[in-house]
Design a protein around this ligand. Structure first.
Ligand code: ZN
Length: 83
């Protein structure tokens, strides 16, 4: 039988794990070159991206990615400020 102290310690460890997990997620999200889709302006999905003129550009969905790849010049202004 776990004592009440053990239970409190376990809760503390779970909280600590959650906090460090959210830090990792935050770090991965903030290191993206763009947070908003250059096609729609929606928040990007880190799994949807393409290379354009040596830059990695992220999109919110497959549809926007396809639109950009068909006509990148149209969205040039939206991606020109990216590193
Ligand atoms: Zn989209």
């Amino acid at each position: 039988m776990p004592s009440p102290d053990n239970k409190r310690l376990r809760v503390l460890l779970i909280l600590l794990a959650l906090v460090s997990f959210s830090f990792i997620v935050h770090y991965h999200v903030t290191k993206l070159p763009n947070y908003t889709c250059p096609v729609s302006g929606e928040a990007v999905d880190p799994k949807r991206f393409t290379e354009y003129k040596g830059k990695t550009i992220y999109f919110c969905c497959r549809v926007c990615l396809g639109q950009f790849e068909r006509n990148p010049e149209k969205y040039e202004a939206n991606v020109s400020q990216l590193n």
